[in-house]
Design a protein around this ligand. Structure first.
Ligand code: SAM
Length: 265
């Protein structure tokens, strides 16, 4: 059974309590710093100021990213991987910090949300992607290429991932789809590995880690979100139901069989 732990507090402080190299995989969905008067979004077809919450307003983004990323690198095992999501607002800063800390950049993944909301203003293209850096401390890292190929119906998995944004299951404003985390966790970790999420939010990473029989440690600064994440994870069973809820996989008997066989190995 997975060991799941969620701690309330500032991840920069809590990370310092973890031992060097003690974590097998990290997924971080940090504040993108996109909230504020100059940024708009659409809600129920109407333009509104983008306001994800106080937590998404960072005065010195460089300093903040430097502090938490350096700690993540310290706690990551030598053959582990770190996956960090973002948009144009924070992604360049994160990429430079990974490079400056001599990380090996494995991929820049583009997550394409075909069902992203339209843009009402006519001044730019409608944003429909998020970006994910995948990096490691050395060129010898754990990565399940074969499972990626099976999940991609026998073809090499590419770095453009089309995964729809899903209807939120909680009140958290930036909850990630479980299917996105499922893919990341399957490619980047093995059963019983320890996965860390320093910005747990509603607990999506923990939920999927539990379903896939991984151990999990998550940090979250807000009391409200800690409560949401803990309840959500408590109600989660260890099962592969997510994978088979994908119609393309479930309707393809041969593919379903090869995935089941792969998990039995
Ligand atoms: C982008 S959201 C993560 C959403 C999450 N991936 C999910 O699926 O629900 C970022 C989260 O980090 C939390 N946060 C912001 N600064 C933090 C810090 N210094 N330490 C810990 N958590 C923090 C916020 O409260 C927010 O819930």
């Amino acid at each position: 059974m997975s060991k799941i732990e969620i701690k309330k507090g500032d991840c920069i402080k809590l990370l310092k309590k973890l031992k060097d190299g003690s974590v097998d995989m990290i997924f971080a969905d940090p504040p993108y710093n996109l909230s504020g008067k100059s940024n708009q979004t659409v809600q129920s077809g109407k333009p509104i100021v983008c306001d994800k919450g106080e937590w998404d307003i960072i005065n010195d983004l460089e300093e903040f990213n430097n502090l938490w990323i350096k700690e993540c690198i310290r706690v990551l095992s030598d053959n582990g991987t770190i996956w960090i999501s973002g948009t144009l607002h924070n992604h360049p800063s994160v990429g430079c910090i990974l490079k400056n800390n001599n990380l090996w950049i494995i991929n820049d993944i583009v997550w394409y949300k075909r069902n992203a909301p339209p843009l009402l203003s006519k001044t730019r293209l409608a944003p429909s992607t998020e970006l994910i850096w995948l990096a490691s401390k050395s060129k010898k890292y754990y990565f399940d290429y074969d499972l990626g190929k099976i999940l991609n119906q026998g073809k090499q998995m590419r770095n453009l991932w089309q995964i729809n944004a899903q209807r939120h299951l909680t009140k958290h404003p930036t909850e990630k789809p479980e299917h996105l985390l499922e893919r990341i966790i399957l490619l980047g970790s093995k059963e019983n590995d320890l996965i860390l999420d320093p910005f747990t939010g509603s607990g999506t990473t923990g939920v999927v880690a539990k379903k896939l029989n991984r151990n999990f440690i998550g940090f979250e600064i807000s009391d409200e979100f800690v409560k949401i994440a803990k309840n959500r994870i408590k109600d989660t069973q260890d099962s592969k139901d997510l994978i088979f809820s994908n119609k393309d996989i479930n309707n393809d008997i041969a593919l379903k069989k090869s995935i089941l066989n792969y998990f039995k190995k």
